[in-house]
Design a binder for this molecule. Structure first.
Ligand code: A2P
Length: 331
């Protein structure tokens, strides 16, 4: 018997990817139901050989029986509807930030902390896109050397802000006077060091997500994380320049071999042949790519990495589907 699966926000940038990835990965599904707002009722989304009609998201629908409901319709929708679905006995995999830091709710990157899913039912949180790829790359090194400090700058694609932002960039590429609505500045020809709202301490909410989610996923609140999150005019694929300081002296050859042998990672690092990952190279794939691996010029316990992943796939939809697959494999 296949699964009964729901996708909430199925007409959005991530929701559509979720449907596509459920199909690609051949998840055994008998019934797939798609939910969105009134605006989308009556439209369809393609899944395998069928066009599935989008239904209106309602409390009653969330009380019906599903094996899994994947949410990607923003924090407000998850705040209201995810508990209703979970109280009805459904497993919710939520892509919003709404429940990530709530005690007792697992925050999961399947390559890193699958143990937190064992025997669990209820709401499961999918981490922030920038956190996911950083965790895939750093957790194997944390296991070996222990991370003391991370300084990370992100170069984030507009698809992370949803379909409206993709449209805004594409319109500005055709007409650079096309007005900005999603961002505070024109994104074309620009980079904007401002993702989500500013906190009193000068960091943005996006940056603080990377701090607190890292602590929760690695189960270590002592790690010092200092992020700067930047939006750039790329459609798909987040890049990160990561400087990481460890508790122990590192061996850079060993860093290479740890990364090469770890799940979900592909090392692309041949500078002499201009081989390093870029968002255009890796778009539409599910790996986290690591390149430009260098030991600190002065310290024996630190290294720099360049880490790139498809934010809609590994950073969102694929990670959510992998959580579903991990739960199924643990049954
Ligand atoms: P809709 O397209 O009907 O507005 P994105 O992140 O690309 O902007 O997509 C957001 C997704 O969340 C869309 O599928 C959108 O549906 C859905 N959504 C937003 N608000 C609601 C709501 N109040 N109820 C149900 N779905 C919603």
């Amino acid at each position: 018997m296949g699964l009964t699966v729901g996708v909430v926000g199925a007409t959005g940038a991530v929701g559509r990817k979720m449907v596509q990835i459920l199909e690609e990965r051949n998840v055994s599904i008998d019934t797939l139901r798609l939910f969105a707002s009134q605006k989308s009722v009556g439209t369809t989304v393609k899944y395998k050989d069928t066009e599935i009609k989008v239904e209106l998201l309602t409390e009653d629908a969330m009380k019906e029986q599903f094996d899994y409901i994947l949410f990607s319709a923003g924090g407000g929708v998850s705040e209201k509807y995810a508990p209703i679905a979970a109280d009805a006995g459904n497993i919710v995999i939520d892509n919003s930030s709404q429940w990530r830091m709530t005690d007792g709710i697992p925050l999961v990157v399947p390559e890193v902390n699958p143990h937190t899913l064992k025997g669990y039912r209820g709401i499961i949180a999918n981490p922030n896109c920038s956190t996911i790829q950083m965790m895939v790359a750093l957790s194997p090194l944390h296991k070996r050397y222990g991370i003391k400090r991370i300084v990370v700058s992100t170069y984030q694609a507009v698809s992370g802000s949803g379909q409206n932002a993709i449209d805004e960039l594409e319109n500005q590429l055709k007409d650079c006077d096309y007005p900005n609505k999603v961002y505070t500045r024109k994104i074309v020809g620009n980079c904007i060091p401002h993702i989500d709202v500013f906190n009193e301490n000068g960091f943005t909410k996006e940056e603080l997500k990377m701090v607190y989610e890292t602590h929760k996923i690695l189960e270590d609140k002592e790690i010092e994380v200092n992020p700067t999150a930047v939006r750039i005019p790329v459609v798909y694929g987040h890049s990160e320049s990561i400087y990481v300081e460890f508790n122990e002296t590192i061996n850079i050859e060993e860093v290479y071999s740890i990364l090469e042998g770890s799940p979900g990672i592909k090392v692309v690092d041949l500078p002499a042949e201009n081989q390093y990952p870029t968002p255009l190279d890796i778009a539409n794939t599910d790996y986290t790519y690591v390149g430009r691996i260098r030991k600190d010029l002065y310290k024996s316990n630190a290294a720099s990495l360049w880490v790139v992943a498809d934010n809609l796939r590994k950073g969102a939809a694929t990670n959510a589907v992998q959580i579903l697959e991990t739960m199924e494999s643990q049954k």
